[in-house]
Design a binder for this molecule. Structure first.
Ligand code: SAH
Length: 397
């Protein structure tokens, strides 16, 4: 099949030569195609410079990011291509000692640009691979991707679940549904993370079912929880709460505005046979306002407040208000774990926002840890936008 060429404006090749994986629509000079037609959303295209030199291959889309690059070399996008991409992602997780680990059997296998494939997320949950395609180009390759997973995992793969409906439906007029692509065995409905057990529900859960990206921060909360009263806000499935209780917290309160999330939390508390826990279905700000606060440890892990540049200002105000409230309420000598997963709010901006919140309240605060996403969510050094999760651990006197 003919591959259409996207010719880019002079000077715009620099970012691609530096291996940045996105081509913005404003950089396009013209499109060369035999038929004279523009590429369709999801079509494989090649990017060439103004002298027609090959730069990269990627999937076209009609948004601001016009091409999501999947190869900086000429390549056939066939089964072998996908096998090698999945194999290489797997080999990194092997190095991270996640693939054969008696206490942790869930991890991110494929982290989009961080693993060289813009638009593809694959999470592995104790035998089940959950795929999220974020572009039509990737979605059209689901068959290759599934076979690649089977090729790399062999018998260790019990099922493959496609959870792309939400993002793909927005980009096409077709009805797209989430469903199993294959089921070679009975999927395990619980998984382990540092020896803690969690129920898994990729069908009804948010994102792919579980927030794997907080694994290392959850582990760290254990160090600060013994004998402490802990408040876990935006708790989702209660990950931080389980770690805190296992580590000997005197009491843990979990808060989420979603009843479904609270149900998941309760299930996980039960699964780990833990007591001294209470959950509250509430907006976090309301909860912080209404309750006399005597918490030693507070966790603030809100969803992304800003999904685009336009929302940035409001997001910053949101982070400031939330953190101000927690800083005001926490007990003297308290420990605050605070996060932002908005890609658009970078580490410095997040830090400055926390400083602004601290100044408003006026308490003495020291930074104990700078946290980020774990190694199975790697950041491609040429794609700094991939660093989305930022966290601080603060000591509030
Ligand atoms: N800390 C969690 C992940 C948090 S995801 C973990 O370790 O798994 C963000 C959560 O915030 C979601 O469960 C969502 O339901 C909840 N949420 C969103 N807005 C909220 C609000 N205003 N108040 C409380 N919870 C909220």
């Amino acid at each position: 099949m003919e591959i259409k060429s996207i010719v880019i404006n002079k000077g715009k090749e620099k970012s691609i030569q530096r291996k940045h994986p996105w081509l913005f629509s404003g950089a396009i000079n013209r499109i060369i195609s035999d038929t004279g037609e523009a590429p369709e959303n999801g079509e494989l295209v090649e990017i060439v410079d103004f002298k027609n030199n090959f730069l990269a291959l990627g999937y076209f889309s009609d948004g601001t990011i016009a091409v999501r690059i999947i190869s900086f070399e000429q390549a056939e996008i066939n089964q072998e291509f996908w096998n090698s991409k999945i194999r290489s992602a797997y080999q990194l997780r092997e190095k991270l000692r996640l693939t054969d680990n008696s206490t942790t059997n869930m991890y991110r296998l494929m982290h989009a640009e961080g693993d060289g494939i813009s638009g593809l997320i694959i999470d592995f949950y104790n035998g089940t691979a959950v795929i999220q395609a974020h572009s039509i180009g990737i979605y059209n390759n689901l068959d290759f991707i599934s076979k690649g997973l089977e090729h790399v995992y062999g018998d260790k793969l019990l099922a493959i679940y496609n959870k792309s409906a939400e993002s793909i439906s927005k980009q096409t007029n077709e009805e797209v549904e989430n469903d199993y692509i294959s089921k070679n065995g009975v999927p395990n409905l619980t998984g382990l993370e540092y020896g803690n057990q969690f129920n898994l529900d990729w069908i009804n859960g948010q994102k792919t079912g579980f927030f794997l990206d907080q694994r290392e921060s959850r582990k760290l909360i254990a160090d600060y929880s013994k004998g402490k009263k802990v408040l876990n806000t935006f708790c989702y499935s209660g990950g931080f709460s389980v770690y805190a209780l296992k580590a000997g917290a005197s009491e843990v309160h979990s808060v989420d505005s979603s009843q479904k999330a609270i149900d998941l939390t309760e299930e996980n508390i039960k699964l780990n046979e833990l007591k001294k826990h209470q959950s509250f279905t509430s907006d976090t700000l309301d909860y912080l306002k209404e309750n006399t606060i005597d918490y030693d440890v507070i966790i603030l892990d809100p969803p992304a407040y800003a999904k685009n540049q336009k929302a940035k200002h409001n997001a910053i105000q949101g982070y400031k208000r939330l953190n101000q409230m927690a800083i005001k309420q926490i007990k003297p000598g308290g420990i605050l774990f605070t996060f932002s997963c908005s890609q658009i709010v970078n580490r410095k901006l997040f830090y400055d926002t926390i400083v602004a919140a601290a100044i408003e309240v006026g308490r003495n605060i020291r930074v104990l840890h700078h946290l980020s996403q774990p190694a199975d969510h790697p950041v491609n050094i040429y794609h700094p936008e991939g660093e989305y999760l930022k966290g601080l651990v603060l000591y509030v006197e």
